[in-house]
Design a protein around this ligand. Structure first.
Ligand SMILES: Nc1ncnc2c1ncn2[C@@H]1O[C@H](COP(=O)(O)OP(=O)(O)OP(=O)(O)O)[C@@H](O)[C@H]1O
Ligand SMILES: [Mg+2]
Length: 462
């Protein structure tokens, strides 16, 4: 009889232990340890013999890298995130929250690739072929060479690949794919890891580009195995607020291009449409000359984006005034209101303050500080920020303005969008910077000065 060894694997972080534990010693999650079979030994197999060696080391100079052409995708936003097209033989993981649009995006890409390069195979373990066809009709996809199959068994998927011989394979999702070799349930760490490793092998051997869809847990890790991120060549996350139209495709790991590149898409009834000029889209509904609004130039990856930040200050009816941050870090908002109160003597202590980033974007970098502070000051003083002014700068605890990275790229984007002036930290000017033609620069040392320069003069009756 075959002897089985088992181990306990944390379904959250992949940590293995020989004995059951109620709480994972690595990630601290409760009740995530699941017993899984690791080795199936056949008695009488004898002592280990040397494995036959198939591989042979080659001189680096003898290996040619030409002949590997990327598959071009006519969707610029997608192509850029991958580093300029799909690399044949690569394994790409696309993660994202449920319903964010992963299947939609990949179906569109598969259709485009199939019409240009030949057969593509879309394997779905979650939806029936009819369901996918309904989606394809909605997206108006008519691709002759796009093959669909509903399958969760890994061996069957490999057999389909053998018969269709596609240039690109999409597995939606890796959590539903399971191999008969393992006894654990589909979606468990060992199943997901084994399936990904087999598909990686397939990609490397046959030069087939493989896309895996992965679900993201609440904590933001791809469900179960963080290890998956190490196996694949590229990890893309599709993110966005489900209540907003915009979706960001972000690369967090890429063996074939720069990471933290971002592609912007818009979710519509016709599918995921690329947004070629995201800054323009984010500013489309802006109300000029309304108090409490400022335009920040933030960086998403290497790409500058203009976004509108809105603030509303209203008299509070609570002993502790409320602070609500939507799209920016809550603690950053507390810090900025404290600086506004102490250093600029703005009366924020008796006011509830709400800050919102338009378009459902999450801004993490401090370069948007000045825009947040200016929007709050604008609402408190009820004076609008100049309509043609973009704002860049980090705010320090003494109210000083600090330099930010990639200033020139940010200024260029502001000028491209028709802004006439830009408020920047004076310390940025120490270095020689190239200012785009037609863009006026207002350099300020501290927050007080920036507020004086950025807000329209007070009304007479103020
Ligand atoms: N008729 C429609 N019009 C507009 N948007 C739609 C329509 N039908 C679906 N959608 C959008 O498509 C989204 C679902 O997209 P999709 O199935 O690609 O997401 P997913 O990330 O693959 O989800 P899952 O994790 O469930 O597989 C919905 O959340 C909805 O926003
Ligand atoms: Mg899906």
């Amino acid at each position: 009889m075959a002897k089985q060894k088992t181990q306990f694997v944390c379904q959250n972080c992949g940590r293995t232990t020989p004995a059951f534990m109620g709480r994972c010693p690595r990630c601290g999650q409760f009740d995530t340890m699941v017993e899984e079979v690791i080795v199936v030994e056949t008695p009488g197999a004898g002592p280990r013999t040397r494995t036959a060696v198939d591989s042979a080391p080659q001189r680096l100079t003898d290996i040619t890298s030409d002949g590997v052409e990327r598959l071009e995708i006519p969707v610029e936003e997608f192509s850029r995130v991958l580093g300029g097209g799909i690399v044949p033989g690569s394994l790409v993981l696309v993660g994202g929250d449920p319903g964010i649009g992963k299947s939609t995006l990949l179906l569109e890409v598969a259709a485009l690739i199939s019409s240009r390069y030949g057969p593509t195979l879309y394997v779905s373990g979650e939806e029936s072929a009819r369901q996918i066809k309904m989606r394809a009709d909605r997206l108006d996809i008519q691709a002759r060479d796009l093959y669909l199959v509903t399958e969760t068994n890994l061996d069957a998927i490999l057999a389909h690949v053998e018969s269709v011989k596609p240039v690109m394979l999409i597995v939606d999702s890796i959590q539903t794919t399971h191999s008969d070799d393992l006894r654990s349930a589909a979606g468990s760490v060992s199943q997901v890891r084994a399936a990904a490793a087999r598909l990686q092998e397939l990609a490397k051997e046959s030069g087939l580009a493989v896309f895996l869809v992965g679900h993201v847990t609440k904590e933001g890790a791809i469900a179960g195995p963080r290890v998956l991120e190490h196996i694949v060549d590229t990890v893309l996350y599709l993110e966005g607020d489900p209540f907003h139209r915009y979706r960001l495709l972000r690369s967090v790991k890429n063996r074939f291009g720069a990471t933290s590149e971002v592609g912007v898409f818009e979710m519509s009834a016709g599918g995921m449409e690329e947004v070629a000029n995201p800054s323009e889209a984010f500013l489309a509904e802006r109300q000029v000359n309304a108090p409490g609004s400022a335009i920040a130039v933030t960086l998403e990856g290497t790409r500058p984006l203009l976004v509108e930040l809105q603030a509303l200050a209203s008299s509070t009816s609570f002993p502790n005034p409320r602070r609500t941050a939507n799209g920016i870090d809550y603690n950053r908002l507390l810090l900025l209101t404290a600086v506004l109160g102490r250093r600029v003597r703005l009366s924020v202590f008796d006011k509830d303050i709400f800050v919102n980033v338009i378009g459902g974007l999450q801004i993490k970098e401090p370069a948007a500080d000045l825009a947040v502070a200016l929007a709050i000051a604008s609402s408190v003083r009820d004076r609008p920020v100049y309509a043609d002014l973009a704002v860049i700068g980090e705010v320090g605890l003494s109210g000083e303005l600090r330099a930010v990275s990639q200033l020139e790229a940010r200024l260029k984007e502001a000028q491209k969008l028709g802004f006439k002036r830009c408020l920047i930290p004076r310390s940025s000017r120490r270095r020689e910077i190239q200012v785009p033609d037609g863009l006026g620069i207002i350099a300020c040392t501290n927050l007080g000065e920036a507020i004086d320069q950025g807000l329209l003069p007070a009304h007479k009756n103020d």
